[in-house]
Design a protein around this ligand. Structure first.
Ligand code: BES
Ligand code: ZN
Ligand code: ZN
Length: 515
């Protein structure tokens, strides 16, 4: 989908659909904002007379289609409600653009023009970025396994965002292009997560990362089972042991430091940020087998890795001035004669021993080794992991928010704030010394699980033993990584949650300090 920005007259615009986003209307006086009024005049007053009927009130998400017979260039006009004016934010605009794209596609339209509404609350650049994101996200479908695709809506090829005359076009175009890169990356995360588990075992995920790295110019290394063994990443190996598909550790780097001649690192080194993703390509639970109902959707258990891989893609396209490392631990958790067992004691890459209690708590074992690798190999300024880690997260927050925990309040805060901007809710949970102590074992250095109480917190407490003093945040996205409901910005299935917030953080990193 192509997204363009210009300031030409909406009334003369040729398009399959012209979308006019409108805030909630005051029934006592129908006045349209000036540019919408221009469209109305050109269409012979069709919009105003319709508003007079009360059939459209501008409630958030409300839509109405008109077919003006003459006077304007577009075949159809779609009114999209934005809700109350003083509540319009980037998310409202993202959704409005998404609604317009879907309405166009449902009518087999290929071209959409959408008027950027005047807003006192959202600046033009933020508005353009949000609308570009909404358009690209709403255009997403996962239908590559359907043989007959006639019944699915057509693809919208171009979206023109129409700004007011005199608007800062250059800044708006730059913002639109950021929105396109971020949203296309989020769609890539959705694609990876939606792939069926038979099509995306660890080796296939690694190949996908390699292909992407070639396309956008990231450095990529893939460690296979032999190298993982050589590095003594015993926790990750234990999880992968039951599967016929061997694990892979995927390392992606944006702005990897180039070694100066003589093998020394060059003196100018940009700040390093490490992102770590849980990449369990299928979580059967292992010998602590999940029940059939709990096992479906477990193809999405690699969504953390998908989010990390997608964010690295965006970091490359946006040329963020940081050294960003993405680490994805890709394994399949299966029961078999070679599977790890409850009661096993495994030695992690950090040297700490772990008493296994439940083979279904596999994600934290994979992350333990990936976090250790991140810290010991890259010495990052900050470490953020993303994982569908605990069912308890959905109990605590429902499908409305992801959990953020860690050892650095400023970093957690940064993530919550970034998510507020990008329309992704993160909410903090405490992580105290009592939780960390609770994870010590009689038989080994650490217990893998801490019982039913505060499941999301004890999982994070376990992880905290592998990050040392590095500023670290853990994002538990078990509640938000996939959805059973379709919405204005997506069909049911993988959401690509977290990509936008992580991009936001990376883009603004220069302005924050976490230590
Ligand atoms: N992948 C699951 C967590 C999950 C559950 C994600 C539901 C998305 C939806 C994870 O590996 C797991 O099974 N965790 C266990 C931990 C328990 C055994 C301590 C859980 O949450 O039940
Ligand atoms: Zn599990
Ligand atoms: Zn899992």
């Amino acid at each position: 989908m192509q997204v363009t920005v210009d300031t030409r007259n909406p009334a003369r615009r040729t398009a399959d659909l012209l979308a006019l986003p409108l805030t909630q209307l005051d029934p006592s006086h129908w006045r349209l904002p000036p540019r919408m009024a221009g469209v109305d005049r050109a269409a012979g007053g069709a919009i105003l007379s319709l508003l007079g009927t009360g059939d459209f009130r501008g409630k958030r998400g409300e839509t109405l289609v008109l077919y003006p017979q003459s006077g304007i260039g577009a075949k159809r006009v779609l009114l999209v409600g934005l809700g109350e004016e003083n509540r319009v934010d980037a998310e409202v605009l993202r959704e409005a653009a998404g609604i317009a794209v879907r309405a166009t596609a449902e009518r087999k339209g290929k071209t959409l023009a959408i008027v950027a509404p005047a807003s006192r609350r959202v600046r033009v650049a933020a508005m353009t970025q949000a609308m570009a994101e909404g358009a690209i996200l709403a255009g997403y479908r996962f239908d590559r396994y359907r043989s007959r695709r006639e019944s699915t809506p057509a693809e919208v090829r171009s979206v023109a965002i129409l700004l007011e005359k005199g608007a800062e076009l250059r800044a708006a175009r730059a913002a639109a292009s950021i929105g396109v890169s971020v949203a296309e990356s989020q769609n890539l995360a959705r694609d990876l997560s939606n792939e069926p588990p038979n099509a995306l075992p660890p080796a296939a995920m690694a190949r996908a990362a390699q292909k992407l790295a070639r396309e956008v110019g990231l450095r990529v290394r893939v460690l296979g089972p032999a190298e993982i063994r050589k590095r003594k990443l015993g926790a990750m190996l234990a999880v992968g042991g039951g599967s016929a598909h061997s694990p892979r550790l995927i390392l992606l780097e944006h702005n990897a430091p180039v070694k100066a001649r003589g093998g020394k690192r060059s003196s100018h080194r940009p700040t390093t940020i490490c992102l770590v993703g849980k990449g369990v390509t299928f979580d059967s639970g292992g010998l602590s087998l999940k029940s059939p109902n709990n096992m479906v959707r477990m193809k999405h258990d690699m969504s953390g890795a998908a989010t990390v891989i997608a964010t690295l893609r965006a970091a490359a396209l946006l040329k963020v001035p940081l050294h960003v490392v993405g680490i994805a631990g890709a394994v399949e958790n299966m029961p078999s004669g070679t599977a790890y067992r409850p009661d096993d004691i495994v030695t992690s890459g950090s040297g700490q021993t772990i008493e296994v209690k439940n083979t279904d708590a596999e994600g934290r074992l994979v992350l333990a080794d990936c976090l250790h690798l991140a810290r010991s190999e890259f010495e990052p300024e900050a470490l953020i992991d993303v994982a569908t880690l605990t069912g308890a997260c959905s109990i605590a927050l429902g499908p409305w928010a992801a959990a953020v925990l860690g050892n650095n309040e400023r970093l957690s805060d940064l993530i919550v704030k970034a998510g507020e901007k990008t329309g992704e809710r993160f909410w903090p949970l405490p992580l105290w010394e009592v939780h960390r102590e609770h994870m010590r074992s009689q038989l080994a250095d650490l217990k893998q699980t801490g019982g039913r109480a505060a499941g999301t917190i004890t999982a994070a407490a376990f992880l905290s033993h592998f990050v040392g003093e590095t500023p670290w945040a853990h994002l538990d996205i078990a509640s938000t990584a996939d959805t059973s409901r379709s919405g204005p910005l997506q069909p049911s299935g993988a959401t690509g949650f977290g990509v936008r917030a992580l991009c936001e953080i990376l883009r603004n990193w220069g302005r924050v300090k976490v230590d």
